[in-house]
Design a protein around this ligand. Structure first.
Ligand code: HMG
Ligand code: MG
Length: 307
């Protein structure tokens, strides 16, 4: 049954901006996070405590976390690949830490420089430390619907990583289509299989839109009863370790879809459209949100956009 309410996790400040070549000023990142939370986003992935050698754009993680306003009830998440990252997250008082592995060996090597098994071993102390500190723990599984290096990824290998993440104590697990190759049929198969080993209501769909399938995949995921979706405002992003992959599905498009389906998100679409315009101007790139562009044009010109 399709859920009546969903949680949208806004990943634009992290997944969206991490791939920008030009350094985005810390003040812009802070304003982005603050505006998103004010628009009703209850979970914002704010930044990453990763190696600045690997992802220079996230090198201001501590300053971003120190500068944002903390709205009561909003979860501010950060990525932490190792204990060093966890210490940064703890110091910054993040609400949730995200460990990130992959269902593909090849991608694991390229993204975090170790095998899947090594990554799980590296996450163990991080997961334990998060639990001891009373922080929420989320596990993200890249390449769940295909890999840029090895191609096909089996459903069994996704389920295997879901089980490993579950054993680490993850509160939520993301099924991520890193390069946006998935289609609705495969999405349903993977989510149905994952739901057999982990509670469906704590699984999320993280779809990139490279092949234009993300909204279709979200609808497919809704049919599987999934209630948590990741999106990035203006469709920001890509992945530094998945060349050619475009950004996440745009938050404006997802909220437009949910509004049309009568599914509650708690997000003000009008504000979101303005935020999409703000960040697109700030990084000097056109928004890739179809709904965002149409609604912005309609607001500005007072007529419906037709192209
Ligand atoms: P490594 O080079 O194997 O490890 O990197 P290392 O321990 O040798 O560290 C290298 C250098 O980084 C050292 O500095 C460390 O001190 C430093 P040096 O001694 O050479 O001066 N370092 C750190 N600095 C700050 N914070 C840290 C940290 N750790 C080490 N936490 C490592 C291994 C995991 C650190 C590296 O590969 C890394 O940081 N990778 C991050 C990759 C990344 O952020 N990818 C994008 C996010 S994942 C994603 O986008 C997918 C997702 O959206 C879902 C989907 O769509 O698929 C979540
Ligand atoms: Mg991603």
């Amino acid at each position: 049954m399709i859920p009546a309410k969903v949680k949208i996790v806004e990943v634009g400040p992290r997944d969206g901006l991490q791939n920008e070549k030009e350094f985005v000023p810390t003040e812009t990142k802070i304003e982005l996070v603050n505006r998103l939370a004010r628009a009703g986003i209850v979970n914002v992935e704010a930044t990453s405590f990763v190696s600045p050698k690997w992802v220079p754009q996230m090198s201001d993680a501590a300053a971003v976390m120190a500068g944002i306003e903390r709205r009561a009830g909003t979860i501010y998440s950060v990525l932490t690949p190792n204990i060093r990252g966890f210490e940064g997250a703890l110091e910054a008082k993040a609400d949730e830490i995200v460990i990130f592995g992959a269902a593909s060996e090849a991608f694991s090597q390229k993204n975090i420089n170790c095998s899947i098994a090594e990554s799980v071993a590296r996450f163990e102390p991080v997961a334990k430390a998060a639990k001891d500190a009373g922080m929420r723990l989320r596990g993200s599984i890249s390449c769940a619907l295909g890999c840029p290096y090895q191609g096909e990824v089996s459903v069994a290998s996704v389920v295997d990583v879901v089980e490993r993440m579950k054993a680490l104590g993850c509160d939520e697990i993301d099924i991520a289509d890193t390069i946006g190759v998935g289609t609705p049929k495969r999405t349903r198969e993977v989510l149905a299989a994952a739901s057999k080993v982990f509670p469906r209501e704590r699984l999320s769909g993280h779809f990139h839109d490279t092949y234009g399938q993300a909204i279709g995949n979200i609808y497919a995921a809704l049919l599987e009863g999934i209630e948590i979706f990741h999106a990035s405002v203006a469709g920001l992003g890509g992945c530094p370790y998945a060349k050619g992959a475009t950004g996440n599905v745009a938050t404006e498009d997802v909220v437009y879809l949910m509004n049309g389906l009568g599914i509650e998100t708690g997000i003000d679409l009008d504000q979101l459209v303005d935020i999409g315009d703000f960040i697109s101007r700030a990084i000097n790139k056109p928004s890739s949100s179809r709904a965002g562009r149409a609604l912005f044009t309609k607001k500005r010109d007072g007529v419906a956009a037709c192209a």
